[in-house]
Design a protein around this ligand. Sequence first.
Ligand code: SF4
Length: 740
Amino acid sequence: MQSRRKFIKISSAGAGSMMLPLSFPNFFSDNEEDVSKFKKIPTYCEVCFWKCAGWAYVDNKGDIRKIVGNKFDPHSNGRFCPRGTGGVGMYNDPDRLKQPMMRKTINGEQKFVNVSWNEALDFIAQKMKDIKAEHGAESLALFNHGSGGKHFGTLIKAFGSTNITAPSYAQCKGPREEAFKATFGKSVGSPEPADIINTDCLVLLGNHIGENMHNNLVQEVADIQDRKATIITVDPRLSTIASHSKYWLPIKPSTDLALLLAWINVIIERGIYDKDYVEKYATGFDELKNHVAQYTPEWAEKITEIPAEKIKKTAWEMAQAAPKVIIHPGRHVTWYGDDTQRLRAIAILNAILGSYGREGGFYLPNKGKLPKMPHPAFPKPKWSWKEMMGDKYSHAHYSVANAFIDATHPDNKGEHKLKGWFAVGTNLTTTIPDQKRTLEAIDNLDLFVVVDTMPAEICGYADVILPECTYLERCDHPRISPHREANFAVRMPAAKPKYLTKPASWMVKKLGNRLGLQDYFPYDDFSEVIDWQLRQIGSSLTDMKQRGVKLQPKLNHDLFIKNGEDYKFKTASGKIELYAHSLEEKGFDPLPVYTEHEKPAKGFYRLNYGRAPMHTFTRTTNNPNLTDLMDTNNLWVNSITARENNLKNGQEVWLKNQDGIVSTFSINVRVTERIRPDMVYMIHGFGRNNKMLENSYGKGISDSELITNVKIDPVMGGTGMRANFVTFITEQPRKEEAAV
Ligand code: SF4
């Protein structure tokens, strides 16, 4: 794309299918090495966002030798996953960002130039002031993912804007959060409060547990496998977990809602739902019963290609296990644009089986608490993302990242416009679909600052790049996340920041000083804030350096609803809303309705993507420790499809999507029976196109660049990304065609 803000490939000078083994537990780190002679520093992992607490072991030279789990941590139970143990690769990666850089035009050519911290921060502060004077403080926005973003959140709010967003909502979990909120009055949250360890039946739809390596979740699945609990996996691909399941239902892609509705039909028609639970806790059952009468298993068979008998049998299995049954809401659930409705069907299914708030179903999570250090009240902005989004996405309880792009784009004719962005720890062009639109929005900015540890692709479009030190070199806000027991964990620096990198807490303090906002950052080092917080509850940093994790039993409430308890749900009716009045009031279907989705043209196949146990999106695909385990993706192609297209196993191909977009790089075909013939599959996060990423540049294909047909969920703004179709190109495409 031609752009005023040209993508700059950061030069070196400028910047200084693997499968999960059959036994899950073997994949976790062991504790064999003698670490008694090393110093141990508490941390919580940031290789993915499960945030497992652990210990970094440091030798007497200051080298980080090993990272292991903290045995008191409910996220890790003392074990780290392979990515987590490879976290030290983030610290050691020679391709890391090393010092601040600014976009400058030299002899008519845009270049990144190394600058001092003072120059970079002075420039940003002045631009922020200019934006405030011309457009208002509200025109500044933050995109964040990870701990560093929280510090920048304080800065943005102190500056006068609440326009803060994270792609983890509209590009990932949002539909499930809203569907559960509409049904149970409470969103799902992370980690998901699924009581897997006690369940007798786990149902997964397109959920790649084991390939998506969320730590204690995978450990619990391994445990229930050992005791032969029923696992039902619905997936057009024989994923790792599908291969360990009692039932694998290789569903026709995009028809999951039909299967869910048929399951509800069977369970109601046969009277095998939890009648006492539904009567006591739910409303709208009669409307649900009437509604799903049309969705028989025989009807669903024609749509899903799952035999009606199998639909009945699996419904029966769930009911037999109830209430110890979990129809898991999944995590990355933005697929086809009607995702909130699909997740509503999942919530309803759990509700009629009585699993919510029951042992072996969903527990009612507890959350730790730490007092916040006082600072002046944040100024009240004149408008926020809520006004910016207007009537769009009326059920979004969080800001929608794509709406921020719309508000920045030159075609925005509304009164609320964004003129400055901070992107902290999020590679926006590979995370938010429709790269072209994102780049057009970026081109319309007065200021674009990227804060990252790595030269991610998004850096190439920044005005200023600020190099953040890795999580192993900094302290951040304590991790406080819901779990069975209230708890929190601390992170302290295990090593000094390498090169000229700095923690985000330092960056915002320095910017705050330049903006007259110093009172919001009352510390020299952020550890002082943590120590203050800990002292308010009778602990201290010295204490927590020994523990890493603290449980707060006094904050705990019961995990499960007691038999016959008069439990009040946080919906308007105080009951589980099988029929969602909150959706109806906004003009949406109060009960999920099946609609057919687009089909591929002849010769095209649905593009599906997923995760590998050793990688977290583009965050890790340059990590030297983890690329040793897997350094590229391949393309799963069914043997029938391969024959139809004269493809051989291992053959190099390029892909072209329905809109004529051709992949920049190539990928090798993996011919397999483990996928349906109507789709292809690859691991997300590869096909990196920044040459500074020496380990990963040009390896494999990026699914992101082929996702141009985006189906927006009207309920909450999620971006459905599984509506794209590709065909194969077997000869090197023309260079100009390959360039996106
Ligand atoms: S699941 Fe693995 S990568 Fe994610 S936070 Fe835990 S140890 Fe780190």
